[in-house]
Design a protein around this ligand. Structure first.
Ligand SMILES: Nc1ncnc2c1ncn2[C@@H]1O[C@H](COP(=O)(O)OP(=O)(O)OP(=O)(O)O)[C@@H](O)[C@H]1O
Ligand SMILES: O=P(O)(O)OC[C@H]1O[C@H](OP(=O)(O)OP(=O)(O)O)[C@H](O)[C@@H]1O
Length: 231
């Protein structure tokens, strides 16, 4: 039996993960064409590469179907309640950086911070008869953050992509999403609240606390950890 390593199956996270491992003597690659999700590993015995959507890696770790996985810290914290009990952070990889933030229309000149948002939300409800809508795919993290910060009079609307467009499309008044350069926010006339940073995320190597391991796999894991310089 081998150790299963889950890596994002496309885009910058996949390429940079391959680079990170290659720099440490472990060569990851696709087994076949760009469309084939089988992987191969050279440079260490007993490690199997599984190419997966970044968003599915937290669940695969928590179910114990992969032993190790690379994904963003935002996705692990969002998808896994009590994530520390389910996975262990082994290494921050230094790429895939993104900030999870709350943003409102630039035109809301009197709204700069969460207290202002709370005041606007209460007024919005009185005026419109429904709660101010915040579009996001990060439901757990946004609820926790707003609860900690005393903002209550809002509703979340689910947005799985193009979230910044929901304000222009009038399906939400505010957004909670990740940003890297800030360009998408600016292009959509949105501004980040001064205390609206929820989380700084980056690609991270996680270990499943649930995946079963016999002695052979434990030895492979120890060898891999040593090779990666994480011991
Ligand atoms: N500018 C960015 N845009 C989107 N994701 C980013 C960006 N920078 C870093 N990331 C990180 O990449 C991860 C998301 O990757 P990706 O979009 O491939 O995942 P996914 O949601 O599983 O995609 P899909 O479902 O389309 O396969 C998150 O951890 C996110 O924080
Ligand atoms: O701050 P920026 O550098 O502009 O990047 C942020 C944007 O990138 C991501 O979207 P992505 O391109 O992954 O598409 P999505 O909207 O379908 O999630 C994210 O959801 C923001 O929309």
């Amino acid at each position: 039996m081998s150790i299963k390593l889950g890596v994002p199956s496309k885009g910058r996270l996949m390429d940079k993960t391959f680079d990170w491992f290659r720099a440490r003597g472990v060569v990851l690659g696709r087994a076949g064409s760009d469309r084939e999700y089988a992987g191969k590993v050279e440079g260490i015995e007993g490690v199997e590469l599984v190419l997966l959507s970044a968003g599915e890696i937290p669940r695969e770790l928590t179910e114990g179907r992969i032993h190790l996985g690379v994904t963003g810290t935002d996705l692990v914290r969002e998808k896994l309640g009590h994530w520390e009990q389910r996975v262990e952070e082994m290494a921050e990889l230094g790429f895939g950086n993104a900030d999870l933030i709350i943003a409102v229309p630039q035109a809301w000149v009197d709204v700069d911070c969460l207290d202002d948002l709370d005041a606007v939300a209460a007024a919005f409800r009185r005026e419109h008869g429904f709660r101010l809508r915040i579009a996001t795919k990060y439901h757990r993290l946004v609820r926790e953050f707003l609860k900690e910060n005393g903002v209550a009079d809002y509703q979340l609307v689910d947005s799985q992509g193009a979230t910044e467009g929901t304000v222009k499309n009038e399906t939400a008044e505010a957004v909670a999403d990740i940003t890297t350069t800030g360009e998408t926010l600016r292009a959509n006339h949105l501004k980040i609240l001064s205390d609206g940073l929820m989380l700084k995320s980056q690609a991270t190597l996680f270990r499943s606390r649930a995946a079963a391991m016999a002695d052979e796999e434990r030895a492979t894991l120890a060898a891999l950890v040593a090779r990666l310089g994480l011991d």
